[in-house]
Design a protein around this ligand. Structure first.
Ligand code: CUA
Length: 186
């Protein structure tokens, strides 16, 4: 089969470009911790509020005994709940997202956070925030008339400041617990 040399040249150039783009995506994914949209963990969307993990009290920022930070958020028309969270800078944070109604997405500009939130699945993304500041969470999947207004905010503060605030809060919780216990004993 005869192939015109010029045509051959362009075939090679286009193959080369495809290879280049695929490698850019791969390298970016490897070095900037870009994740696949979901970790294929299922959940019953109708019973999210009754589930242990995503019950109202467990939403928002949770710190495990070993210091790992997990943020659990529920997406629903038209916000991400809780509406405001406070996070430390320069810290690895695991986000777990579920939808209580339809397909949503979440995008946080200037971070690696961009995932679909498919009803029935838990979307998990690991992220960290190099600088303190206000980071909006925006819905990036059309989900209804209020889609444009679907957003919440993460406030990222200095790591030390965040730890001090947390220590203060848990101390306050302990004092109320002790006070309650004392009044019960009386
Ligand atoms: Cu939720 Cu668009």
């Amino acid at each position: 089969m005869h192939i015109d040399p010029l045509e051959k040249k362009w075939v090679l150039i286009s193959l080369g470009m495809s290879a280049l783009f695929v490698s850019i995506i791969m390298i970016d994914a490897l070095f900037h911790s870009v994740n696949a949209p979901s970790n294929v963990e299922t959940i019953d969307s109708r019973k999210i509020h009754l589930s242990k993990e995503f019950a109202e009290d467990n939403l928002g920022v949770q710190v495990a005994d070993n210091g790992d930070i997990t943020v659990r958020m529920v997406a629903g028309r038209y916000a991400f709940f809780p509406k405001k969270i406070i996070l430390p800078a320069e810290t690895k944070i695991t986000f777990r997202w579920v939808s209580m109604d339809v397909l949503h997405g979440v995008h946080m500009p200037m971070t690696n956070m961009s995932t679909m939130i498919v009803p029935g699945y838990v979307a998990q993304v690991e992220s960290s925030f190099p600088r303190p500041g206000e980071y909006p969470m925006l819905c990036n999947e059309y989900c209804g008339l209020g889609h444009d207004h679907m957003w919440s905010k993460a406030f990222v503060i200095d790591k030390e400041e965040w730890e001090a605030k947390r220590a203060k809060e848990s101390a306050a919780l302990n004092t109320t617990a002790i006070a309650k216990e004392e009044s019960n004993n009386e």
